[in-house]
Design a binder for this molecule. Structure first.
Ligand code: ASP
Length: 353
């Protein structure tokens, strides 16, 4: 063997060994988890709860970084473009990885191809909530008031394509009305304004509204799932309360940028699965009304399938509703009236274990 070839081979062996030991050592420093909405909302809440336990398993802190804007797509774009080294991951949801492609013609990522799925963190049923002294005590009165005064009522949401925007769009389009929309950087600040009475109502994921509903600082009209939530047993379902076709549920899940090395992705999935097996972590999520997927539902493959089915589920509904971030940019307040949209088929709600 020539000296040149020998040197070359030694170099290759050394770099393969270095790559191997880098993987074995991962993670050697804190991991950033991008949350594409403001602190205090459901995405942030789920990220902090699972991130805390993932830190213990990984032996490194999972640091939450809130990167807000454009209905969550700003933070997710940053996450998609991060180096695929396992040090930047993100908490996406039904909006960023299901609804966004139909609403953002210039979206810089494809939820189905530009990520490494890590795993589903929680299922999050949708609840219709109002300020506590809103002049409608139940869903039927709310519907009547919406039909009579819709454009005067302030609906809060977290930007075009967010879960709150998408699910309230479904609600108002089923009622054939328009409302005055007020956009926030996340539903954490939106719920603060609902508590303060600055806005009238919103549609949000259960995990950030459950404590306020229990405390009586806001009012829940109905939960849009077939069954009541064990966390809020007094809140009727939309079917019980008079709007049976309004069925919608959301979810939060962890993603890495595409081309994350398989061993690193598997380590992150293992840390997430362990978090969801941990008694205290489970209790915290379940007490807030979140649901936890069974073991097969927490796999990387299951999340990839969910994303593909969510994009397919929401795209026709939102296109039919005629809304787009191109004409209704996130950050704007608008009263756009989408035509009535059909309810999409029920989400593949993660089974509760
Ligand atoms: N629930 C929010 C949404 O409407 C986002 C958040 O603050 O987590 O998408």
């Amino acid at each position: 063997m020539s000296i040149r070839l020998k040197t070359l081979l030694t170099g290759v062996v050394a770099s393969v060994a270095a790559a191997g030991s880098a993987l074995a050592a991962y993670p050697e420093r804190p991991i950033t988890m991008i949350v594409p909405f403001a602190a205090g909302g459901p995405t942030d809440t789920v990220a902090r709860i699972v991130g805390e336990h993932m830190s213990k398993t990984l032996g490194q802190t999972v640091v939450i970084e809130n990167v807000t804007g454009a209905g969550g797509t700003t933070g997710i774009t940053r996450g998609a473009q991060a180096a695929p080294d396992g040090y930047t991951i993100m908490m996406g949801h039904m909006g960023t990885h299901g609804a966004a492609p139909a609403l953002y013609p210039n979206l810089k990522y494809d939820p189905t191809t530009d990520f490494t799925p890590i795993g589903l963190a929680a299922g999050t049923p949708i609840i219709i909530v109002t300020k506590k002294d809103f002049a409608a005590k139940d869903l039927k009165e709310f519907i009547a008031k919406m039909k009579a005064e819709g454009p005067k009522l302030n609906e809060g949401n977290a930007g075009v394509g967010s879960v709150s925007h998408t699910t309230c769009t479904l609600l108002t389009s089923q009622l054939g009305i328009k409302t005055a929309r007020v956009t926030y950087k996340g539903t954490g600040p939106m719920i603060n304004d609902l508590v303060g009475g600055q806005i009238d109502f919103g549609c949000d994921q259960i995990v950030s509204v459950a404590p306020q509903i229990k405390a009586g600082t806001i009012r829940a009209l109905a939960i849009a799932t077939p069954e009541r939530s064990p966390a809020l047993p007094d809140v009727p379902t939309t079917k019980e309360a008079g709007m049976p076709d309004y069925q919608v549920s959301a979810w939060n899940a962890v993603f890495g940028p595409k081309a994350l090395p398989a061993d690193i992705a598997a380590k992150l999935n293992d840390a997430l699965v362990k978090a969801l097996d941990d008694e205290n972590t489970r209790k915290r999520l379940l007490d807030l009304g979140g649901t936890i997927a069974d073991k097969p539902g927490r796999s990387q493959a299951a999340l990839q399938k969910l994303v593909e089915s969510e994009v397919a589920r929401w795209t026709p509904v939102l296109k039919a509703a005629g809304i787009s971030a191109a004409v209704n940019p996130a950050g704007a307040t608008s009263g756009a009236t989408p035509p009535p949209a059909a309810a999409p088929a029920p989400a593949a709600a993660p089974a509760q274990k």
